[in-house]
Design a protein around this ligand. Structure first.
Ligand code: UD1
Ligand code: UDP
Length: 358
């Protein structure tokens, strides 16, 4: 069986690493990796392939830094060419980026089976590019691997029970990754000269809804600068956010560091006091590492973590951010298996074998 994996953005390398590791152990399954090139800086791309031992991509399409339509369109065209050449049994796409949509659309139009990992998530905010990408990708797929029961419920509410699409609650491959790579975690060298012995807040910001709205970005900057006066804030700065801060002349007076590899990120998650982030992945990883998270958005797809009290939605509201930060006294206890047993990737590959001839 031949699987063709389409990836392009940082969180997809991390998710795909877990599935590639499983495929690598199987004699009868081969993988072709297509990197769309969406993320391309060494610390946004290469570092993950090296640290997580992901096989080198067979193709790098080098398509990045374009508007949504142009990026998705050019990726679609280039992926189609690869699919015609490679003729895989399955195309796997991950998450909700433009690379996800382009991969699913290219495969579906060629009647190649599509597996969507991290299916069924919904923010119910149709203005988010990710919401648009994931809804279309789900609908074009042959099999949907839902990380949570909530994700499956979302699909059922949209009528997926009446469609000819397999749905599976697979657990979350990001939990597999956190469990496996934790043993290799390492402190970022960029922190060598900092004294963080009294704790620190780990923060990341990159969502379009924050970076592309000057008022929101400015309020987030104010909030983090204020928070930093009481607890040091460490932020690996996403290139998108770096550019927007510079364009708007905004200054973050916190410990800014360059984006780090996954092994360093795991160290930060494991050692921080709490997390403040608009990232989909990071808000969940906070929970994996027993940390509470302030979600710097107005809604989240990972609603179970808000319901259980581990995470709080605080938007870009300075007063709320500071108030909720001051209330965090103890860490969350990881005591519910919302995200599977850490063996989601194995289940996913076995399902692909089971359904290859269906
Ligand atoms: C993308 C995804 C988002 C995901 C995020 C993960 C879409 C629509 N968005 O957002 O869902 O959460 O990745 O991080 O697919 N840039 C660099 N170097 C890089 C990567 C990006 O300079 O290595 C710059 C690009 O030139 C661009 C900007 O950052 O100007 C944004 O990159 P892009 O891939 O369009 O979107 P992200 O914000 O990274
Ligand atoms: N991450 C990382 N280095 C960083 C910032 C994030 O390895 O400097 C990891 C993080 O641990 C998570 C993933 O990247 O596994 C999340 O990616 P991102 O926040 O860019 O995207 P999202 O999850 O919001 O789509």
């Amino acid at each position: 069986m031949k699987i063709l994996t389409v990836i392009g953005a940082r969180p997809q390398f991390i998710k795909a690493a877990t599935v590639s590791r499983v495929i690598d152990t199987m004699d009868n399954v081969t993988e072709v990796i297509v990197h769309t090139g969406q993320h391309f800086d060494a610390n946004m791309s290469d570092i993950f392939f090296e640290q997580m031992e992901i096989p080198k991509p067979d193709y790098n399409l080098e398509i990045s830094s374009l508007s949504h339509g142009a990026m998705t369109g050019r990726q679609l065209e280039a992926i189609e060419r690869v699919l015609l050449e490679e003729k895989p049994d399955w195309v796997i796409v991950y998450g909700d980026t433009n690379s996800t949509l382009a991969g699913a659309l290219a495969a579906s139009k060629l009647h190649i089976k599509v597996a969507h990992v991290e299916a069924g998530l919904r923010s119910f905010n149709m203005k988010m590019p990710e919401e648009q990408n994931r809804i279309v990708t789900d609908r074009l797929s042959t099999i949907l691997f839902c990380p949570t029961q909530t994700a499956l419920d979302n699909l059922n509410n949209e009528g997926y029970t009446n469609l000819d699409i397999e749905t599976v609650v697979s657990g979350d491959v990001m939990y597999d990754a956190a469990l496996f790579y934790k043993q290799f975690s390492s402190m970022p060298e960029q922190l060598n000269n900092l004294d963080l012995s009294n704790g620190f807040v780990l923060s990341t910001i990159h969502r379009a809804e924050n970076t592309d709205d000057p008022a929101r970005l400015s309020e987030l900057v104010d909030s983090l600068n204020e928070l930093h006066k009481s607890t040091p804030v460490v932020m690996p700065l996403h290139p998108r956010t770096k550019k927007k801060l510079s364009d708007l002349g905004l200054t973050l007076n916190i410990h800014l560091i360059d984006p780090v590899g996954y092994l360093e990120m795991v160290y930060l998650l494991d050692n921080c006091s709490f997390v403040a982030s608009d990232s989909g992945g990071v808000q969940k990883e906070a929970y994996f590492f027993g940390k509470q998270c302030l979600i710097l958005r107005d809604e989240t797809e990972w609603v179970e973590l808000v319901k259980c009290g581990s995470n709080k939605i605080v938007g870009a509201n300075k007063q709320l951010i500071l108030e909720e930060a001051s209330k965090i006294s103890c860490n969350s206890k990881f005591n519910e298996k919302f995200y599977g047993d850490g063996k989601s990737a194995e289940g996913i590959v076995n399902s692909l074998i089971e359904f290859v001839n269906v």
